[in-house]
Write a protein that binds this ligand. Sequence first.
Ligand SMILES: Cc1ncc(COP(=O)(O)O)c(C=O)c1O
Length: 378
Amino acid sequence: MDMPVYLDNNATTRLAPEALEAMLPWLGDQYGNAGSAHLLGRLAEGAVVNARDQLAHLLGCQAAEVVFNSGGTEGLNHAIRGVFEALPGKRHFVTTAVEHSAVLALAAWLQHQGVAVTVLGVDAEGQLDLAELEAALRPDTGLVSVMAANNETGVRFPLEAVARIVKARGILLHVDGTQAVGKVPLELAALGVDLFNLSGHKFHGPKGTGALFLRRGVRIKPFMVGGGQERGRRGGTENVPGLVGLGVAADRARAALPEMTRLEALRDGLEAALLAGVPGVKLNGAASPRLPNTAMVSFAGVEGEDLLLRLNEHGICASLGSACTTGQKEPSHVLRAMGVERGLAMGSLRFSLSRFTTEAEVERLKELLPKLAVSHRH
Ligand SMILES: Cc1ncc(COP(=O)(O)O)c(C=O)c1O
């Protein structure tokens, strides 16, 4: 069997070979607990210290501001629940309609706890109205949570402008950075963000690893009360092999950032071929600043699921909206928030590239997809 053409990198990525290699000793002979005082323990502790430095370097923050965890969903839970638990006087949460389903579920959970929630809408290009954000802020707003980049469309929010507005009111700002890390340069120290979560498996690190950036001085409840690991913020024996892999993945991602222009050109070429070859194609969010690797394409008169299955038969892996909603027969909440009509939203596919994507793979898709899309119109 030919290797599949993997264009679903916003769902997950392949482990960087350097990360795998670096992890192996920590799954073998070097099995110490990073909390132990003996030789094997000290070695493990050193590896975790090194991983923290590597990740901080990628994020542009202090190592002491990094709390390791199991991934994006955990970071979101820690950030959003932890802030409201630490600030009982704050009873209002602001977020957006296009956040990952985990954030929307957390907003519903907060509402059950009696916290008022404002969900900001987006325009047809997936952008926020900053005046609406400003008007939504209240004296009892505890946290504003927005994503750095959307997992479905790749649309990026203007974080500097959002931070200026939110910080001018002295309110905490959380950013879901899960899709941005490794795809765009980040300088968290300069950005004015208070909390920022990420997930290792989205940038060629191991699954089950991630981190929450907590600006020095931010008050938050621990996510897991335990043995005092992660400066008391997240108890439990450290996942040393995973964190070693995460650190190396962060180093590789930083070094590979210039490669993103190559990906962007491949993505743009794919979109141009679709526009030229298929009538009624819509490129969602294409007029907004976007991640370089993501194309979210709607095909008029086509069932997205049919097209996805045909592509799969040809060994091409793509996605219908976000991975978490695949299998449900509901159009993407992100496209709906952007005002894409239901039928068109149901005919939408996401292609997400990585630095391992080759020109030949994209050429194969460019040749195949217009034919499949035209022949599957109803
Ligand atoms: C924007 C965004 N936030 C959060 C998550 C959840 O991350 P994880 O799978 O590591 O829990 C994802 C994963 O799809 C995502 O794309």
